[in-house]
Design a protein around this ligand. Structure first.
Ligand code: ADE
Length: 253
């Protein structure tokens, strides 16, 4: 059972890559490095997709075809959309939608043409296990791995785990107007990012179990660029490493 672990940027999986490095080897395909090795006894392939839906779809396809992965987990950052969410919260997708897909009037808004659907469900057993790992990590090790200074800086008082819809599109959302527009258009969406629904579409097409975990780095508002860059540099890798370590340790062989 091989697990594919995908992220958009190096900082999002730096600690996981370091942990897997001894004994791992790297295969370079299509301008990407696929790190093949073991994590906590589980065969894994870790890859940086780079940013955006095309990059994520191409990487996911290679993981399936060239590395025969049996399941895929995407980890990374997102902007918060729903009211009441905070930087440092974790969102685990139950469904994903491409918020910039619009082939209307030929097809209904958001529907993927000729696929007959707009939303993709994640695999319950994987998303439940990820959500549990995230809750466990937040309740135990998070405060030792993310310093009090950093938590204060990012106003992370009591980070929580949410399970709900994630919207993906080829746009970094960084204005209150766009947040309002997305909230009106997709009232169920909790968070916005740039890859998850593309991974979801490919996994649906190949019938590969998958899940998506996102840590909120910003509120997708006018300060999003600054907040995202700081959170990416200083906090992101702790979350991915901490949660996925717990996920892998609890995972049956
Ligand atoms: N990833 C993290 N923050 C984001 C935002 N505001 N928009 C799109 N993707 C993101």
């Amino acid at each position: 059972m091989t697990l594919g672990i995908v992220a958009a940027l190096h900082e999002e999986v730096a600690d996981l890559l370091a942990e897997m490095a001894p004994g791992a080897h790297v295969e370079h395909i299509g301008m990407r490095d696929y790190h093949v090795g073991k994590l906590h006894g589980h065969p894994c392939v870790i890859v940086l997709a780079r940013i955006g839906k095309v990059a994520a779809a191409a990487t996911t396809t290679a993981l399936i075809h060239r590395f025969n992965v049996d399941e895929i987990v995407f980890t990374g950052l997102a902007g918060g959309l729903a009211h009441g969410l905070s930087v440092g919260d974790v969102v685990i997708a139950d469904t994903l939608v491409q918020h910039d897909m619009d082939a209307s009037p030929l097809f209904p808004r958001y529907e993927i043409p000729l696929l007959g659907r707009a939303t993709f469900d994640t695999t319950p057993v994987l998303r439940d296990a990820l959500a549990q790992a995230a809750r466990d990590w937040l309740a135990s090790e998070m405060t030792t791995q993310v310093s009090a200074t950093l938590r204060a800086k990012f106003q992370m008082t009591a980070p929580r785990v949410h399970v709900g819809q994630i919207a993906s599109g080829d746009r970094f959302v960084s204005s209150v107007q766009e947040v309002d527009r997305l909230r009106d258009a997709l009232p169920a969406a909790l968070a916005v990012e740039m890859e998850g629904a593309a991974v979801a579409q490919v996994c649906h097409e190949y019938d590969i179990p998958f899940a998506v975990m996102r840590t909120l780095s910003d509120a997708a508002d006018d300060d999003a660029y600054v907040d995202f860059a700081r959170f990416l540099r200083e906090v992101a890798s702790h979350y991915s490493h901490g949660v996925l370590r717990r996920f892998l340790m609890a995972k049956p062989a």
